[in-house]
Every structure is written in structure tokens, then in C-alpha cells.
Design a protein around this ligand. Sequence first.
Ligand SMILES: C[S@@+](CC[C@H](N)C(=O)[O-])C[C@H]1O[C@@H](n2cnc3c(N)ncnc32)[C@H](O)[C@@H]1O
Length: 259
Amino acid sequence: MRIPLAITTSARPKEWLVAQARAAARQWRVPFIARQPKESIALWFETHAEALLIFGHDGVTLWDREGHHGFHGGMAHLRRLRVAAGEPDTFVRVAELRAGDAVLDCTLGLAQDALVASLAVGPGGRVVGVEKSLALCALVSEGLKTYELGPDSCRVEVVHADALEYLRTLPARSFDVVCFDPMFARPQKSQPGFDVLRRFASHDPLAPEALEEGRRVARRWVVVKGARYSDDLRKLGLTPEPGSRYTEVAWGRARPLEP
Ligand SMILES: C[S@@+](CC[C@H](N)C(=O)[O-])C[C@H]1O[C@@H](n2cnc3c(N)ncnc32)[C@H](O)[C@@H]1O
């Protein structure tokens, strides 16, 4: 039987890379498979594992038999440049993010919003990202270790958990902003990497209990992203915020529960 996820290296790895990959395998409690010179991983998808996190000299890549995605800043990189230049970003605006804030991202995904938040809250702030999929969580956590955040951002702390279970462990009013960006039922026109995200992601819709727990944990806003074509936000009792007519995304937000 194939294991769901294993860790390996690119062909002909340097010793430090093998050490890094082995350490990651221990941290994420998944098997490490040593790569033999000239060995192709294509067969491994038949015999060993459904997915592989491959440590290469140029970064970490998640593979399955349909494709792969290497961790990189993606659109977050552009959004961060714009935020640094004082230009508006919808997430930052809707969440009213400011320096020193603590942000809990309950659906970390590829950490695009978390990376924007880390700059918006700055080095004195805090960003925690929760991700339910082990493969995505390991990819992003390992990728973030070498992402150049620069001095104007805080680091992104990554937690492998179900968001509702994690929220239940937190004290009331312990984060300024709690955000949810669940998978849309219908794929959007999307940037590269999102097809990999869709295959590995948890497709749970946002449960009303998770929203309520978010309202207990938040001090300012709970922010929820939804698909403009769906009535997901309204079903949760949220009114979509006014926004551009040209995006497929609708934003909703809820105030914290009264203490
Ligand atoms: C649309 S993506 C989020 C994208 C993210 N905002 C970004 O900027 O890259 C949704 C992510 O939430 C994760 N997810 C879904 N349900 C979850 C849950 N209950 N707890 C934690 N993560 C969850 C999925 O696995 C997926 O990676």
C-alpha cells in the first residue's frame, strides 16, 4: 500500500540537503526515502507514495503523479510590494490590519494572505497560519524557512491542525483578526500552483461553529472570503463588503462576540 506523503531529495543531493530533508521528515512524522543516483521518482508514485515533498538545492516542491508546485511568494510577492508602496490591498483594508496586530489565518493554503499580513502587521506583530492538509502545511512551512521576509515583516508561524479544533484551544480575544478563506466549490481562474492546492486541500466549507469560535477569539474582525457566485457568505449571516465588480471574490466580516 502506498503511503500518503513521503519526503526525499532531488537527485545527487549535498549532505546538508539530506540532513534538512531528514529533519523535516522527523518533524512532520512522515517517512524519508533516500534517493539513489539516476533514480526517477515517477515509479515511486506507483510503488511508494501518493505524494512527495522533494527538497532540492533551489527549494521545496510538492509532487504527485499529476504535477508539482514549488513554494514561492507568487502573487503575495506583488501584493507585498504594493502594500510596501502604500497601495491598497483588499484583505488589509477589510481586516483593518495595522502595525503590531496579531492575525490568525485559519486557512493558510499557500500562505499568500499570511505573507501580506506579515508585512501589514510588521515586525512587532504576529501571524499564525493553520492548515489542515499535512502536505500543504509541510510544503509551506518548509518553504517559508527560506523565504526572504525582510526586516519589515514578522515571521509566519505554521500550525498543522483543523481550524475549529485549534480555535477551541485559544483564549477569548487572543487575536486582533481571525480570517477564513475556505476552498471555493468551483475552481476560480487562478495563478499557477492552485491546481496542486486543490488536489491536496481540505474542501470543508466554513462551518457556522468555526465562525462563532473565530468571533470568540477575535478582538476586531473575523474576515471571511467567499465566491461572488455563491451565497456562502449570506448563509453564514454575513453581508458581502462592497468591492470591485471585476473580481470573483466576495469578502464578509463579523464583529467579535461581546465579552
Ligand atoms: C483557498 S485556500 C487558502 C488560500 C490562502 N488564503 C492563501 O492565501 O494562500 C484554503 C486552504 O484552507 C485549508 N483548510 C480548509 N479547511 C480547513 C480547516 N478546517 N482547518 C484548517 N485548514 C483548512 C485547505 O486545505 C486549503 O489549503
